[in-house]
Ligand binder design. Structure first.
Ligand code: PGA
Length: 249
């Protein structure tokens, strides 16, 4: 099993001056017994990578284009992200699915592009509140995983993040039993499709993870880390989440 992963998603937040939070995080976290990743906006990848050089911090991207190059104004290819220093790319975040109408097929093409460049894809799935209330959570998560992940995914190259849409940025989280139920389902589905690779694939929980709830979430079966939005912006908060994950490892 690979080391657990604490991944920060800065979303559309962060200017050069905010790199002071990254300096503070690096000095506060020491040598954690988990992997630590921050996915800043694309404009900060290169500068953050320089700061993170020779530290345990890894730097990733929040999205990519599926094509390697071409006439796609405003888009960024995986090769460009890798060139800037990214080692991971988040794909299929619910904000991309909602704001940009990304389909499972498009997310799968992006995942394929990430794997093709040898980077790690963090594939996001999760139900809306309406879907949960209608009892469709497992059906939605299952369909998104099947549609968004290409054949041949390995535990080395792919991480899957379960992010209930209604828990993102709201301060609300599912019950521990609900998280455990979805993660157990994901583990079964991934093992059925990818065999031992699926059994070893890291499953992150995301949606309002904060210092006060991190430890109880990390204690759950089949939770191998977290994808953290708001609480990853402040070194003090993210540092505590990294420490909680290290303690659970
Ligand atoms: P949040 O975001 O931690 O602010 O809820 C999580 C995410 O969208 O990845």
């Amino acid at each position: 099993m690979k080391a657990k992963l604490a991944a920060g998603n800065w979303k559309m937040n962060g200017l050069g001056r905010d790199l002071s939070e990254v300096r503070a995080l690096i000095s506060a976290m020491g040598a954690p017994s988990c992997e630590v990743l921050i996915c800043p906006p694309a404009t900060l990848i290169d500068r953050m990578r320089i700061l993170a050089d020779e530290t345990v911090l890894q730097v990733g991207a929040q999205d990519c284009h599926a094509q390697a190059s071409g006439a796609h104004t405003g888009d960024t290819s995986v090769a460009m992200l890798a060139d800037a220093g990214a080692t991971h790319v988040i794909v299929g975040h619910s904000e991309r699915r909602a704001d940009h109408g990304e389909t499972d097929a498009q997310v799968q093409a992006k995942t394929q592009a990430v794997l093709g460049q040898g980077l790690v894809a963090i594939v996001c799935v999760g139900e809306t509140e309406t879907q949960r209330d209608a009892g469709q959570t497992l059906a939605i998560v299952g369909a998104q995983m099947r549609g968004s992940m290409p054949e041949g995914c390995t535990a080395q190259m792919v991480v899957v993040a379960y992010e209930p849409v209604w828990a993102i940025g709201t301060g609300r989280t599912p019950t521990l039993a609900q998280i455990e139920e979805v993660h157990a389902f994901m583990r079964r589905e991934l093992t059925e499709r990818f065999g031992s690779e699926g059994a070893a694939m890291r499953l992150l929980y995301g949606g309002s993870v904060k210092p006060s709830n991190a430890s109880e979430i990390f204690a759950l079966a089949n939770v191998d880390g977290a994808l953290v939005g708001g609480a990853s912006l402040k070194a003090a908060d993210f540092g505590q989440i990294v420490a909680a994950l290290g303690a659970a490892s």
